[in-house]
Design a protein around this ligand. Sequence first.
Ligand code: WQD
Length: 341
Amino acid sequence: MNKILVTGGCGYIGSHTIVDLIQSGFDVISIDNNSRSNVDILNGIEAITGKKVTNYSIDLCNYEDTKNVFRENRDIVGIIHFAAYKAVGESVSNPLMYFENNLGSLINILKCAEEFNVSNFVFSSSCTVYGNPDEIPVTETSPQKPGESPYGITKQMGEQIILETIKTNNIQSILLRYFNPVGAHPSILIGEIPFGKPANLVPAITQTAIGKLPSMLVHGSDYPTRDGSCLRDYIHICDIAHAHTLALNYLIERKNKVNPEIFNLGTGDGYTVLEVIAAFEKVSGTKLNYTLGPRRPGDVIAIYANNDKAKTELGWIPQYNLENMMDTAWQWELKLKNTAI
Ligand code: WQD
């Protein structure tokens, strides 16, 4: 009785979390319609864990199809809900698609959790809920400024939907607010497979370095930071993944003091865009072709986490540093170049 449903299980964070869950003794199934992910990633999960993971390739916005998964798996004890669109820029140009997909899928999965008595629910949230913070580092009780994009607003609304829903049923929930997940599993058998031209910094760096992109722009060099470029809290994907396993066990053992419990998942260190580029160049031994460009609308100037709560409550200690993040990201990009994925 330890089956976990991971939605978005073929995605970047979902696939790395499935590996950690299996290695921690859980049995895992996935729901992923592969609209923004590659089902081949399941081969990498099997290569690492020896386990073949069943993925139900259905749309979570289809309630009947989603319910059928629960009808076929009456032994699900927990849900980790990742499935969502996450491209900030795309959400600005297509807000209704983001609200329909991200909120519709969340509502359906919550309805199923209620109907099929699955009482442990971990939600993939984001530091984007803080908007442009007045004070950094941010804690879980830092005020939430207005969302900077429809993507960010779906995360804020998602948290509110969960907050109100769990008042009426026996679902216990944890909201995990990721900062900037980067890097790849050290086996280099799974990693991030960006959908189209990467909007995020690290895949933009690695694709430029390997020649997939001719060059990259640094979005803004006149910010009030130590070198003028934006500051973020980059966190290795495997540290993020392990936090989900710890959070699930914390819920199953009913250690949560409030419902929902909220945790920041960041290293507690902030790095600027130019510092990340310098770290990448040092690790990869390559010179990156980039130019300083204008600011990107919707960008937060600077944010990084106070992660004390996750450390003390979950016993979560990030294991990877910035060089590890750059090294695994680069090794994965080299792997992608030599394989069909
Ligand atoms: C980081 C910095 C860019 C690309 C978003 C979501 C967040 C999370 C991670 C899901 C910014 C700069 C980037 C480039 C650049 N999503 N940059 N040149 O915007 O902090 O966060 O992705 O979990 O919820 O909001 O991440 O990697 O897009 O940007 O200069 O080619 O890198 O301007 O300052 P972001 P990012």
